[in-house]
Unconditional design. Structure first.
Length: 488
């Protein structure tokens, strides 16, 4: 029996067992999923920390760009739309396309899992593809093949593991929102470690060492996922799904009129959510390129790697995530806790202050012709991360809660569309870094994020009641597990 089959057949955890509080008051499966996601995000962010610098500072330079198989065709398509691109601009566009498509493919990965393979097999396939992609990054000629493997792998992995987090909780369980924040906290830990390990290896030793370390991290995540499968929600086999479809008590999954209305509203929110993240996502694209030109990164005579700025951001965002969870728990003991849309609107308005501060720093650079200090990175990240802590994880909880049953994976994939659009949009915006004054470039981002906050407030005013229910469609409980040991 293969390890995958053995894992699938192991006794899984019951869905929505309120007595399972083995992991800090949450189900034990949350610990395994969070630890697996930590390593998957270590691999992803380790590679992401290096990618735009690797492309702009090395691979896309005239003497190296010819080594990349198939790049001439892709460059022709890009420049046919955007016009001629410098190496830095081409790097930003390719980075934006990659960072965008890794959030488009989860839509299809969710459908594959929901309709055919199930979440466990789809997650395992995704992890294997991602590991292969990271190792292919060690070769200059295979860049596009590596990015393709990574895009497909994340598509299989990302939405389905997030959907499994939601499956640990019964509809109406108040722990769901904080569970996704804990899940995001694991990601934040990974983002601290990844730039330090992979970034230092890539910038100080060799680019390919950094990408190789990311591949090793993905393999560790796969092992963790398989080891913890018995504590994860039960899956219905394909044969059981087909049998259930012919049973009078198990009708094929069809959305009710109310579910269709909610689903349409969730889709219409995607462009608004896209605007809410442009300031945060630009931190991984234009900000490293701006920082290496205009920020003093010499510490005690040593040039600090640019990738370490992402580790600083991750450390601060981890603290702000913890502070946000603690704040809303404290708030709930004294006042009515705001709904998801209100939290996201407030988060967007606050996050707009991050790029606004860099616009101020850019004005200082332009006025003095001197580099600015590292304190501006701290200012950007503190303000942005407090806001972002109430955007992405809260939105993930909203879409998981509002999803029609048996279609959670697809709806989570729909949610990630805003990250596809946002990162693609950010890649295009980053091209203006070469042509616009810095204060205008970053000021534009502040306005875009703030406009998302205003639109979310308007959406809550007119449509908030449609998404306010805690329990939309009760799901049939899975068989109760006999025991749930503690997660690691």
């Amino acid at each position: 029996m293969s390890p995958l089959t053995a894992t699938v057949d192991a006794t899984p955890a019951a869905r929505g067992d309120p007595t399972d509080r083995a992991f800090f008051g949450h189900p034990a499966g949350l610990g395994w999923l969070a630890f697996c996601e930590l390593w998957e995000r270590f691999s992803y962010y380790g590679m992401q920390a290096l990618l735009v610098l690797y492309l702009s500072n090395y691979l896309f330079l005239p003497q190296n760009i010819g080594n990349v198989t198939g790049l001439d065709g892709l460059r022709g398509l890009i420049e046919g739309v955007t016009g001629p691109r410098s190496p830095q601009q081409l790097a930003s566009v390719v980075f934006g396309l990659y960072a965008g498509f890794v959030y488009l493919t989860p839509l299809f990965g969710g459908l594959v899992a929901d309709r055919w393979l199930g979440r466990t097999k789809t997650v395992v396939i995704g992890a294997c593809l991602m590991a292969l992609g990271h190792f292919l990054m060690a070769f200059e000629g295979s860049l596009l093949f590596a990015l393709a493997c990574l895009v497909l792998g994340v598509g299989c992995f990302k939405g389905n593991i997030a959907a499994q987090v939601g499956d640990l909780y019964a509809p109406g369980d108040k722990r769901r929102a904080s569970a996704f924040q804990i899940f995001m906290l694991a990601i934040q830990i990974a983002v601290i470690l990844a730039p330090i390990v992979c970034g230092t290896l890539g910038e100080k030793v060799a680019w390919h060492w950094g990408f190789g370390a990311a591949g090793v991290g993905m393999l560790v995540g796969l092992v963790v996922y398989l080891a913890g499968r018995r504590w994860l929600p039960a899956e219905t086999s394909l044969a059981a799904r087909r049998a259930g479809a012919s049973d009078s008590h198990a009708e094929p999954a069809r959305m009710t009129s109310a579910e269709k209305t909610r689903f349409a509203l969730l889709v219409l929110l995607i462009p608004v959510l896209m605007l809410s993240i442009v300031g945060n996502q630009q931190y991984y694209n234009a900000f490293p390129l701006w920082s290496q030109k205009y920020m003093d990164l010499v510490l005690f005579g040593w040039q600090v790697p640019v990738t370490w700025l992402q580790a600083v951001d991750a450390f601060i965002s981890t603290a702000t995530m913890v502070a946000s969870i603690a704040f809303w728990r404290w708030w709930a003991t004294r006042r009515r806790e705001p709904d998801d849309l209100m939290k996201m609107a407030l988060g967007s308005l606050l996050a707009a202050g991050g790029p606004a501060l860099i616009a101020l720093a850019a004005s200082m650079v332009e006025g003095t012709n001197e580099k600015v200090g590292f304190a501006w990175t701290l200012a950007y990240t503190i303000v942005n991360d407090f806001g972002f802590a109430n955007i992405l994880p809260v939105g993930l909880a909203l879409y998981s809660r509002a999803a029609p049953r048996r279609l959670e994976g697809m709806v989570i994939g729909v949610y990630y569309l805003h990250l596809f659009l946002g990162n693609t949009f950010v890649g295009w915006l980053a091209g203006f870094l070469d042509t616009m004054p810095g204060r205008e470039f970053w000021g534009m981002h502040a306005i875009l994020v703030a406009s998302a906050g205003v639109l979310l407030l308007a959406c809550r005013l007119f449509f908030g009641k449609l998404l306010s229910a805690d329990d939309f469609t009760p799901a049939e409980p899975a068989p109760r597990a006999s025991a749930v040991p503690a997660a690691p």
